[in-house]
Design a protein around this ligand. Structure first.
Ligand code: C5P
Length: 402
C-alpha cells in the first residue's frame, strides 16, 4: 500500500522525534519515498544528517534559505507529495495549523499544501488534555486532518497518561489505511465479517429484564474498523446507546436467543468476532407483569446458547477465523487461554474488567491478544485503537491463511 507513495514528513520539536529515524526506515522498506522538513525544535532531538541519511534526500529546514528555495520552492515542496505527515506533532504546531500561522518552513508548507495532512500528536498529558489543545484537535478534524494516536503510557516528562506519540507500526497502519481508502479498497475487501456487540436483555416479565454493564463501544468499534479495511460487515447488536457504524449492516436484537438466530442467519462469513456480553441465563419470562405480593417470586433460569462456541464448532462451514472476548477480573491470561481452548475459537481478546479498570462503559481498554501460539499484551488504548489493531491483525491473518 505504501509502494511509490511520496510522504512529506514534518518533524516538529518533541522527544518523540527520536522515533522518526525508525519511522523513515520502515516507510522506505515498504517502498515509500520520504522527504523531511525539520523544525528548529525538531532539530534539538534529531539531526538533519540522520534524517538525510535515512531518507536518502535533502532535509529542508529554512524558509528563507536561498539555496533551498532555489532548489525547491516551499510551495512546490508542499505539493510534491501524496500526503503530509506531521510526526511528532506538538501542541504548538497544532495551534499554528489551526490559526493558519506560517512563521517557518513547516507551518508555511502546511498552509500552502493542497494535499491530505495527517498528524501524530505527542506531548505532555496536561498539554494534550488542555481545552485549548482539545479544541484545536476538533478544529483540525473538521478540516479533514487525519489524526493517529496519541496513546497512553509513560511520558518522557515522568508523568503517565495520554500523550505518547503513536508507535511506528500504528503510524504505518494509519497511512496504509489512508491510501487504501483513497484507492477505494482495503486488505479485507471481498471478506465477510460477522460481529456481535453490546449486552443482551433477558426479560423477566413485560417490564423487567436482566442485563449487564456492556456498552457495545468495543464491539461497534471492531465492526467499524473491519468495514474500514474493506470487509463486508454484519453487526448483530444487543440494546446499546451506540449509533450504528456507517457502512455496516446492523441487526438489532434483544435476547441471547435472538442474537444466536441472527448470527446463524448472517452466515456464511470468513471472520467472526464475538464481542457481545451475552447473558449467561435467560429467564422463564412471565407474560404478565409480576405483582408484589405475599410470595417473592423466584427466577427460573435457563442457560443461554453459547454463540461463540456454536460458531466455532468444527465443520465445513466454520468461519476461517473466530475471535472471542474474555472479560475477567482475575488470572486474565490464564482464563483467556482456557476459554480459547474450551470454546474452540482461534483468538481471545482478554480484557481486564476488575473494579477501577473503567473498561465497562469507558472509552479505553487494556487487552491481551491470546492465540494458540502467543500472548500479545497491548498498552492501554482507546477502544477505537484496540479495534483498529485487531482489524489489522485479522487482515494480516487473512492475507496469510485465506
Ligand atoms: O464464557 P464467557 O461469557 O466468559 O465468554 C465470553 C466470550 O464468549 C465473548 O466472546 C462472548 O461474546 C462469547 N459468548 C457468546 N455467547 C454466550 C456467552 C458468551 O457468544 N452465551
Amino acid at each position: 500500500m505504501l509502494e511509490n507513495r511520496r510522504i512529506l514528513l514534518i518533524v516538529s520539536g518533541g522527544i518523540a522525534a527520536v522515533k522518526v529515524p525508525d519511522l523513515i526506515r520502515r516507510l522506505r522498506e515498504r517502498g515509500a519515498s520520504v522527504r523531511c522538513i525539520l523544525t528548529k525544535g525538531g532539530a534539538q532531538f534529531v539531526t538533519p544528517l540522520t534524517l538525510a541519511a535515512l531518507s536518502g534526500d535533502k532535509v529542508y529546514q529554512d524558509l528563507f534559505s536561498l539555496t533551498e528555495e532555489a532548489e525547491m520552492g516551499h510551495i512546490r515542496l508542499s505539493r510534491e507529495a501524496d500526503i503530509v505527515l506531521v510526526a511528532p506533532a506538538t501542541a504548538d504546531i497544532m495551534a499554528k495549523m489551526v490559526a493558519g500561522q506560517a512563521d517557518d518552513l513547516a507551518t508555511t508548507a502546511l498552509l500552502a499544501t493542497d494535499k491530505p495532512v495527517m498528524i501524530a500528536p505527542s506531548m505532555n498529558v496536561m498539554m494534550w488534555t488542555h481545552p485549548a489543545t482539545q479544541a484545536n484537535l476538533q478544529t483540525l478534524k473538521t478540516r479533514e486532518v487525519k489524526v493517529v494516536g496519541p496513546s497512553a503510557g509513560d511520558l518522557a516528562c515522568g508523568e503517565v497518561g495520554n500523550g505518547r506519540m503513536a508507535e511506528v507500526p500504528d503510524i504505518i497502519a494509519a497511512l496504509s489505511r489512508f491510501f487504501q481508502k483513497s484507492d477505494g479498497q482495503g486488505p479485507l475487501t471481498g471478506f465477510r465479517a460477522l460481529v456481535t456487540s453490546g449486552p443482551t436483555h433477558e426479560p423477566i416479565d413485560p417490564v423487567r429484564y436482566i442485563a449487564n454493564r456492556s456498552s457495545g463501544k468495543q464491539g461497534h468499534a471492531v465492526a467499524a474498523a473491519l468495514a474500514e479495511l474493506g470487509a463486508s460487515v454484519t453487526l448483530i447488536s444487543g440494546p446499546t446507546h451506540e449509533p450504528d457504524p456507517g457502512g455496516v449492516k446492523v441487526t438489532h436484537v434483544e435476547t441471547a436467543r435472538q442474537m444466536m438466530k441472527a448470527c446463524a442467519e448472517a452466515l456464511p462469513a470468513e471472520i467472526v468476532v464475538c464481542a457481545a456480553a451475552v447473558a449467561d441465563w435467560s429467564v422463564n419470562a412471565k407474560e404478565q407483569k409480576l405483582k408484589k405480593g405475599v410470595k417473592t417470586p423466584a427466577l427460573n433460569l435457563t442457560e443461554s446458547p453459547d454463540i461463540l462456541a456454536t460458531l466455532s464448532q468444527p465443520g465445513p462451514s466454520r468461519p476461517g477465523l473466530v475471535v472471542g472476548f474474555a472479560a475477567e477480573t482475575e488470572n486474565l491470561i490464564e482464563n483467556a487461554q482456557l476459554k480459547r481452548a474450551k470454546k474452540n475459537c482461534d483468538w481471545v481478546v482478554a480484557n481486564d474488567v476488575s473494579p477501577g479498570s473503567d473498561t465497562f462503559g469507558g472509552d479505553s481498554n487494556t487487552v491481551h491478544l491470546v492465540t494458540a501460539e502467543s500472548v500479545e499484551s497491548w498498552p492501554r488504548l482507546r477502544k477505537r485503537a484496540v479495534a483498529e489493531r485487531l482489524a489489522e491483525r485479522i487482515a494480516a491473518y487473512a492475507e496469510r491463511h485465506f
